[in-house]
Design a protein around this ligand. Structure first.
Ligand code: SAH
Length: 377
């Protein structure tokens, strides 16, 4: 039997739901109930929306409407508690979404003592971070990132971006009102090359799902015109910029996007970015051994960031097959950190999360094997 074309209500704003409900001759409060059921109660299908009369649910279904979250195809659990979800959408395309109990360690820059970590059960978290994808694959082609190897398949819709969060919140049985959830838009894809859908998703996550914008961070490889536009948004996450190099020659080599928007253009946009009270602009810096990890590089980074209320997150390269770089020693990473810290810029070393299951920064490429194999579910 050929299924009729289905239209997913997950992804629509209240106004759009109101239009649909009114067409079926129903009052606007029915749309508010539906809105709440999809995003706050995180119902997985229309039949579960018990606040609506059955007749209305049936009318919606016969019009071809459905409520459908992405499907969790696989789930890989790391020894550090991180979970990498492989999720697929109606057309069979898939992305990854990562759950990190106790944050990503980069925002706070602190490591939880191993003893405390050992005492906790996986369900027992006081805060957690979800890393969300914005595109299937990525077009930016950073030379140290595994996602680049996928190329870009397509943009995700707003509903697909929000849906990843809902699916993880359901899987982890999170109570959004009570538990502290951070979102980072740092999964597969370049959010600023899917700007409209990304921002529509942010608004739904803030207004409908109930996660404050102050707990969200988006990272860009440096799509300069979008940085200015993003600064004008009334509702927006914090901004992180993937700097990754201390000069143009180096940056163009490892991030070809630098040939389009170079460091001068990027830092000009960063300088103009309207920060809120006490807000800092985050700069991420992936350390590649012998490439960009020297003391002189650190001094050059300090000079580049001069005049910007910045903080720096250092990420020692997460290795991967076909990535032609190596990871510097911890001591070298700390030396780099010291130079930047001494210049007065708060600088944190991001603790790698879920490296053993290919869940760490730059490792998302729908890997189905894990080394060592630690797979659940
Ligand atoms: N496309 C956006 C969002 C991805 S965020 C961006 O580039 O910012 C992913 C972060 O991980 C970026 O800061 C990126 O520079 C970093 N990264 C990519 N590959 C990595 C790797 N192999 N090891 C460590 N960090 C990596």
């Amino acid at each position: 039997m050929a299924a009729a074309a289905q239209f997913n209500l997950l992804g629509l704003e209240l106004q759009e739901l109101t239009g649909i409900v009114e067409k079926l001759g129903q009052p606007p409060y029915r749309a508010r109930q539906l809105f709440r059921a999809i995003y706050r109660e995180r119902r997985r299908e229309l039949a579960e929306v018990s606040t609506l009369p059955r007749a209305l649910r049936e009318a919606l279904a016969s019009e071809g409407y459905e409520v459908r979250q992405p499907q969790v195809d696989r789930k890989f659990t790391s020894s550090d508690g991180t979970i990498r979800y492989l999720m697929s959408f109606a057309d069979g395309q898939s992305v990854e979404t990562v759950w990190m109990p106790e944050g990503d360690g980069g925002e706070e820059g602190e490591e939880e003592p191993a003893a405390a970590r050992a005492r906790r059960s996986p369900r027992d978290f006081s805060r957690a971070t979800i890393c969300v994808s914005s595109q299937v694959g990525c077009a930016v082609n950073c030379q140290f990132c595994l996602t680049a190897l996928l190329g870009v398949q397509r943009n995700l819709s707003a509903g697909e971006i929000v849906g990843q969060v809902l699916a993880v919140l359901n899987d982890r049985a999170v109570e959004v009102e009570r538990e502290r959830i951070n979102l980072v838009f740092m999964g597969q894809g370049e959010p600023f090359l899917n700007y409209e859908n990304f921002m529509a998703a942010v608004r739904l996550l803030v207004e409908a799902v109930g996660i404050p914008e102050a707990r969200m961070t988006v990272s860009t490889a440096g799509i300069v015109p979008r940085i200015a536009e993003f600064g004008r948004e009334p509702v927006r996450p914090h901004l992180a910029i993937s700097l990754n190099a201390s000069n143009d020659r180096q940056r163009s080599e490892i991030m070809p996007i630098n040939r389009k928007w170079n460091l001068e253009a990027l830092l000009e946009a960063a300088r103009r970015f309207p920060l809120r009270a006490r807000e800092r602009l985050t700069f991420e810096y992936v350390l590649l051994e012998g490439v960009n990890d020297g003391q002189q590089d650190a001094r050059d980074v300090v000079r580049l960031l001069n005049g910007i209320r910045a903080k720096v997150n250092l990420i020692a390269l997460n290795p991967g097959p076909d990535i032609p770089f190596s990871t510097p020693e911890d001591a070298r990473v700390r030396e780099f950190q010291q130079v930047v810290v001494r210049a007065g810029i708060p600088t944190f070393i991001r603790r790698p999360r879920g490296r053993d299951i290919f869940a760490a920064c730059g490792q998302l490429k729908r890997t189905l094997e894990t080394q060592p194999l630690v797979e659940l579910g």
